[in-house]
Ligand binder design. Structure first.
Ligand code: DGY
Length: 326
């Protein structure tokens, strides 16, 4: 009996591919850059499973071209690259990888906070530019972290993990969330509106998914509410921040600095003016990039594929409504 086909859109940790090998006929895209949309569509056409990344657009047209698709498994906790409503309408379960990347991502969000507050990338550049001639009382002075106020926008797993780290630095915590106030109070934080959070925080860290509601959640108006000494951190999705408004705020000094793990688009265009600013630290979407965490994400995505092929509920499914219909 021929085995079901699974298309994997990138080379993953071998521990994940080994789980799939033997269970299905596996095709893995092994180039560094992602396959283009048309290629994924063609490979999905005859496939029962698709294991994709956040770089891949999986929309209704692609699903219609792949009537045999039994599972779409994204190797990411975010899934804004997939039209989940279209998948649900077609009865296709969509999997993601929550939990395993929480601590690694929060570590990195806190690293961005510290690097921007204490101007670490600028300091390294200062030496490389041969400017270090003496110890100086004011050169490269940054902002204190200990005892400062951190505003957390979105209080899911990663927002909560960020709060845990901030408590170790005796930071005051403000949280804006659509979730219950109880979890905020339990974390020793104060629930506030977004505007109040922006006005009072020394650091604002974004931890919301990208949806219609959160697209450009932080725009010119929101940036104008922030303190001139405040720092914006984004490890969520680039589209949550209006990049042009952020450039104006940073270049005019209406906020002090930004640390961005994510941009819109990705990769950032090399002529994006944000890249010209010393007070904007930008890294290439690596918050979850530890060797161990990326392997766990890949394994979890593989397990979702295996469950989908077997017709079992996915261990981590973003549209469990697909199972209600049966
Ligand atoms: C995710 O899983 O959504 C992250 O952005 C990957 O780092």
């Amino acid at each position: 009996m021929s085995r079901e086909k699974v298309f994997v859109t990138r080379e993953l940790a071998s521990s994940a591919l080994e789980r799939l090998d033997g269970i299905c006929e596996l095709e893995v895209w092994d180039e560094f850059l992602p396959p283009d949309y048309d290629y994924i569509l063609r490979r999905a056409r005859g496939a029962s499973g698709l294991l994709c990344l956040l770089t891949d657009t999986i929309d209704a047209r692609l699903m219609d071209a792949a009537p045999g698709l039994k599972v779409i498994s994204n190797m990411a906790v975010g899934y804004d690259n997939i039209d989940v409503a279209a998948a649900t309408a077609r009865g296709i379960p969509v999997g993601n990888t929550p939990g395993v990347l929480t601590e690694t991502t929060a570590d990195f969000a806190f690293a961005l906070l510290m690097a921007t507050a204490r101007r670490i990338p600028e300091a390294q550049q200062y030496i490389r530019d041969h400017k270090w001639r003496t110890w100086h009382p004011t050169v490269l002075s940054g902002q204190d972290i200990f005892g400062a106020t951190l505003g957390i926008v979105g209080f899911g797993r990663i927002g909560k993990a960020m709060a845990k780290r901030a408590r170790g630095f005796d930071m005051k915590l403000l949280v804006n969330t659509s979730g219950p106030d109880e979890s905020v109070l339990e974390a020793g934080a104060e629930p506030v509106t977004l505007d109040e959070l922006l006005r009072r925080s020394d650091y604002v860290s974004l931890h919301v998914p990208l949806t219609d509601r959160t697209t450009h959640l932080i725009g010119a108006r929101e940036l104008s509410l922030m303190k001139a000494s405040a720092i914006l951190l984004n490890t969520a999705r680039g589209g949550v921040v209006d990049g042009q408004a952020l450039y104006r705020a940073l270049s005019e000094g209406s906020i002090l600095a930004a640390g961005l793990d994510v941009t819109d688009p990705e990769p950032i265009s090399l002529d994006d003016p944000l890249l010209t600013l010393d007070n904007c630290l930008i890294v290439p979407h690596i918050a979850s990039a530890s060797v161990a965490t990326r392997a766990k994400m890949a394994e979890m995505a593989a397990d979702n594929v295996i469950a989908g092929l077997r017709g079992d509920p996915l261990p981590t499914c973003v549209n469990p409504q697909v199972y209600d219909k049966n």
